[in-house]
Design a protein around this ligand. Structure first.
Ligand SMILES: *[C@@H]1O[C@H](CO)[C@@H](O)[C@H](O)[C@H]1NC(C)=O
Ligand SMILES: *[C@@H]1O[C@H](CO)[C@@H](O)[C@H](O)[C@H]1NC(C)=O
Length: 289
C-alpha cells in the first residue's frame, strides 16, 4: 500500500510535455538558425526547405534554436548529387565545452556513380573514436530520405528511413560514460574535406561542379527541450504520456533483425572490429554487454 501511494505521488513527474514539430508543413524558420556561409545557406518555400551550399570560397551551416536533453529527432536530407567527391555533409547533435557529448552523422561524397559513405560516431565526455561507416542501400542524392537519432537515457539509435543502422547502449555499469547530462544542439554543415573524405583524400573536389548543394526538409522532434537549466520533460503540464514511448524505446526483434541486415551487408568499418587500431584491447563497450 505504501509503495502504491508513492507511485501515485511520483506519477506526475513522468507525465511529460514534449515539443513536437508538426509533421507536415513544419516551418524550419521556427527550429533553426543559419549560422554561417554568408548567404550560401537558405530557408525557402515558407520554411519547408533548407539548402546548404559550398563553393571554393566557403561552405555553410545551420543550428537548432533549441538545446535538447534526449529526443527522437528526424530530418529528411537529400545529398549533393553528381560528382560530390571531397564534400562532407555533417548532421549531428553536440553539447559544448571540453568534455562534450556528440552524436554524428557525416555523409562523405564521391565521384558520380560511386557510393557515399555514411560515417557515424558517438562522443561522450569529449572522447569519440567510435566510428562505424556504412554504404546506403539507395542513392541518397536522388531523393529525400529520413535520418533519425533516437537518444534516451539507455541508448542511442541511428536510423535511416526507419531502419536502425547502429545502436550505442548505455554501458555506464561497465564504466563507459554515456551522454545523458549535457544538453545538445543540432548542427549541420556542408564543407570541403578533400584532404580526407573521398577514398581517404585521394579524390579532390572538382570546383568546376560548384556550387554543391544539400537539402533538408520535414524536421520533426519529439524531444525534451532544455531551457535555462530545466527540461520540458520534467514539467507535469501534459498528460499525454503515450507520446513519451521514445523515452524508453528499445529495439524490438524486427528492428534487431533489420539492424543485423544493415550491419552484415552495408557496414564497411566498425571500430569494434579494428583490432589493429586497438592493440591494447578493444574499447570496453565493444566487448562487455
Ligand atoms: C567512393 O568510391 C570508392 C570506389 O567505389 C569506394 O572505395 C569508396 O568507399 C567510396 N566512398 C568514399 C567516401 O570514398
Ligand atoms: C515527414 O515526416 C513524418 C514523420 O517524421 C512522416 O510521417 C511523413 O511521411 C514525412 N513527410 C514526407 C513528405 O516525407
Amino acid at each position: 500500500m505504501a509503495s502504491y501511494t508513492t507511485t501515485l505521488i511520483l506519477l506526475p513527474i513522468f507525465l511529460l510535455s514534449f515539443v513536437v514539430a508538426p509533421a507536415s508543413a513544419a516551418d524550419l524558420n521556427q527550429d533553426f538558425d543559419i549560422t554561417w556561409g554568408d548567404g550560401r545557406a537558405k530557408i525557402l518555400n515558407n520554411g519547408e526547405l533548407l539548402t546548404l551550399s559550398l563553393d571554393k570560397a566557403s561552405g555553410s551551416g545551420f543550428q537548432s534554436k533549441h538545446e535538447y536533453l534526449f529526443g527522437k529527432i528526424d530530418m529528411q536530407l537529400k545529398l549533393v548529387p553528381g560528382n560530390s567527391a571531397g564534400t562532407v555533409t555533417a548532421y549531428y547533435l553536440s553539447s559544448k565545452g571540453s568534455t562534450w557529448d556528440e552524436i554524428d552523422f557525416e555523409f562523405l561524397g564521391n565521384l558520380s556513380g560511386d557510393p557515399y559513405i555514411l560515417h557515424t560516431n558517438v562522443f561522450s565526455q569529449g572522447k569519440g573514436n567510435r566510428e562505424q561507416q556504412f554504404y546506403l542501400w539507395f542513392d541518397p542524392t536522388a531523393d529525400f530520405h529520413t535520418y533519425s537519432i533516437l537518444w534516451n537515457s539507455q541508448r542511442i539509435i541511428f536510423s535511416v528511413d526507419g531502419t536502425p543502422i547502429r545502436e550505442f547502449k548505455n554501458q555506464e555499469s561497465n564504466g563507459v560514460p554515456f551522454p545523458k547530462s549535457q544538453p545538445m544542439r543540432i548542427y549541420s554543415s556542408l564543407w570541403n574535406a578533400d584532404d580526407w573524405a573521398t577514398r581517404g583524400g585521394l579524390v579532390k573536389t572538382d570546383w568546376s561542379q560548384a556550387p554543391f548543394t544539400a537539402s533538408y526538409r520535414n524536421f520533426s522532434a519529439e524531444a525534451c527541450v532544455w531551457t535555462s537549466g530545466a527540461s520540458s520533460c520534467s514539467s507535469a503540464t501534459s498528460s499525454n504520456a503515450n507520446n513519451g514511448a521514445w523515452l524508453s524505446q528499445d529495439l524490438d526483434s524486427t528492428s534487431q533483425d533489420r539492424l543485423k541486415w544493415v550491419q552484415t551487408n552495408y557496414m564497411i568499418y566498425n571500430y569494434c572490429a579494428d583490432t589493429k587500431r586497438f592493440p591494447q584491447g578493444l574499447p570496453v563497450e565493444c566487448t562487455a554487454s
